[in-house]
Design a protein around this ligand. Structure first.
Ligand SMILES: [Zn+2]
Length: 546
């Protein structure tokens, strides 16, 4: 399989030269050290073995995983990225709301609203504090969006949010005939994600946020919210604080609440589609004590460096990232270990194999191999890196992330979704061409996939970033490969996401090689890649440079 890959690359290289592609594209691909299959397979087999107990956040398997990664980073020849340590501490709080011990409620129209925790609403502390005493006014703020680059869209209109509970809709304003492209058209913009809503409310000093759930606006049912809020939830203990109270209210309960104060939720929703929308005080109050059990969990990101060789460019950095955590050990009978072989022992193993290759021929810029913690708990490790980076964000050229890699076989294409937001798009296309791979034109991102993987924590800091995803166009054994890929959906986040020694890893090597080749091109390019004009995350980059 290796021969096949390299002959594909040689042919592609000849073709790309004949096509007159940028010289740096072809030469980078030619000079990137080869990623070896044997170490990739060995690391994958070990990281996904029962010995590591599913690499669960806060569990013993996590400690073993971190110890393994730092040992292997050292063995591969990486330099510690945090002084003389490969570790970066990530302070996490485990939060379990205690509705029975709490007295939180809503008073509307002179009466207490009948709200059952779990069925009608869920809530918890966004700031990881165990007790909150609330007596706060409820204000409906539409979508709760303030977006300067969307024609100065502002749902707040100067509202003083201090001490208030902001009731808002998830998702973002729908495209109209006159403005088909507003808020990313049919795709979801970041302003539509619930994470943005909580962040914006915290920036404005609100006491809390209550998100109104509908299946359509959230793109998932109420049961998804229940599952996540009836269990212990992990959040960053510092660095990214939320409002004191965060929660969701089910559509039916929200309708009843609005009716009780003489408001028509449908009419308010329609008004919120317009730029002229103004916040509406509901004349209702959230009152009582909100309690939660809170414990501290210390986890670690692991990071190692291949220093750059160019005196001027070595202060700049390319990051390769992958999350090492998975769902750990759960339950007490049957198979209790969520091995997470594909998700994401594969990416973690690939990063080790790529590091081993990269140290053999350093690039002009420095390169960081970064294994992040607690992705499955909400991108926590990468967010912690984003808020306290080990390398200045404005000197970080890009982040290329790997999560759940190709365990099936070689493909003729490669996934570069999200790269089109920056100059990485053109570089990814050139890298693919040089390897004889096709890239698919980007499709509208309906459910906000760009905001749900670790690369996004870097984009939020203004760093060009995307996840390199596996291709879908199989080179050989097409029908079986398709069936194999489809069957993985049933193993996703289940105990059956296990390693099988019979896996053909040529596709995983190919995906890792593509990522390293692209990283190499970025690391050797004359300039760091830029965002496309008008991208909200690019404006963060520009602001940081000033
Ligand atoms: Zn994952």
């Amino acid at each position: 399989m290796h021969k096949m890959l390299s002959s594909l690359m040689t042919t592609a290289l000849a073709t790309s030269l004949a096509l007159g592609l940028p010289a740096h594209a072809a030469s980078s691909a030619a000079h990137a050290p080869a990623v070896q299959e044997a170490p990739l397979r060995a690391h994958l087999a070990f990281l996904s073995s029962d010995v590591l107990e599913g690499r669960g956040t806060g569990q013993r398997g996590a400690d073993l995983t971190v110890a393994y990664l730092e040992t292997q980073a050292l063995a591969a020849g990486l330099k510690p990225a945090n002084g003389n340590s490969f570790r970066q501490a990530v302070a996490i709080a485990g939060v379990m709301p205690q509705p029975q011990a709490s007295s939180l409620g809503i008073e509307a129209g002179g009466a207490a609203q009948p709200l059952a925790y779990g069925k009608d609403w869920v809530w918890g502390p966004g700031d990881a504090k165990p007790v909150h005493a609330l007596d706060a006014e409820l204000v409906f703020v539409g979508y709760g969006i303030s977006a300067p680059e969307e024609g100065a869209w502002d749902d707040y209109k100067g509202l003083d949010c201090t001490g208030k509970i902001l009731v808002m809709m998830v998702n973002d304003p729908m495209p109209t005939e006159a403005e088909p492209h507003r808020f990313n058209g049919k795709g979801l913009s970041y302003y539509g994600r619930w994470t943005y809503k909580f962040e914006e409310a915290a920036r404005r000093g609100a006491a809390g946020v209550l998100l109104i759930h509908t299946d359509a606006s959230a793109s998932y049912g109420w049961s998804v919210i229940q599952n996540s809020w009836l269990a212990e939830r992990f959040q960053l203990a510092q660095g990214a604080p939320g409002t004191g109270m965060q929660g969701w209210i089910a559509d039916g309960a929200a309708r009843a609440l609005f009716k009780a104060v003489g408001q028509d939720l449908d009419a308010l929703r329609a008004a919120a589609e317009l730029k002229t929308f103004k916040p509406v005080a509901l004349g209702a109050r959230m009152k009582g004590e909100m309690k939660a059990a809170v414990r501290s969990v210390e986890q670690f990101n692991v990071a190692g460096i291949v220093p750059g060789t160019d005196p001027a460019l070595k202060d700049e950095l390319v990051i390769y990232s992958a999350h090492w955590d998975h769902l750990g050990k759960q339950g007490s009978s049957g198979d209790t270990i969520y091995n997470g072989a594909v998700d994401n022992a594969s990416g973690s193993a690939a990063l080790l194999a790529m590091a081993q290759a990269a140290v053999r021929a350093p690039a002009k810029r420095s390169q960081m191999f970064l294994w992040v913690a607690a992705e499955e708990q909400g991108l926590l490790g990468s967010a912690a890196y984003g808020s306290s980076p080990l390398w200045p964000a404005n000197k970080t050229a890009a982040d290329l992330n790997l999560d759940s890699m190709n365990f099936i076989g070689l493909t003729k294409d490669i996934g570069t979704r999200g790269s089109e937001r920056t100059e990485l798009g053109a570089m990814a296309a050139a890298t693919a061409k040089a390897m004889g791979l096709r890239v698919e034109p980007p499709k509208p991102d309906l459910s906000g996939g760009y905001f749900r993987s670790d690369h996004f924590s870097f984009a939020k800091e203004g760093i060009p970033a995307f996840s390199v995803e596996r291709g879908n166009d199989w080179v050989a054994d097409v029908e079986n490969s398709k069936a194999n890929a489809k069957a993985y959906a049933a193993r996703y986040h289940q105990v059956t996401d296990e390693y099988d020694p019979s896996w053909n890893l040529a596709g995983m090597v190919q995906q890792a090689q593509f990522t390293l080749n692209l990283g190499r091109m970025i690391a050797d390019a004359p300039k760091m890649p830029a965002w496309k004009t008008g991208d909200p995350f690019g404006q963060l980059r520009t602001a940081a440079a000033k």
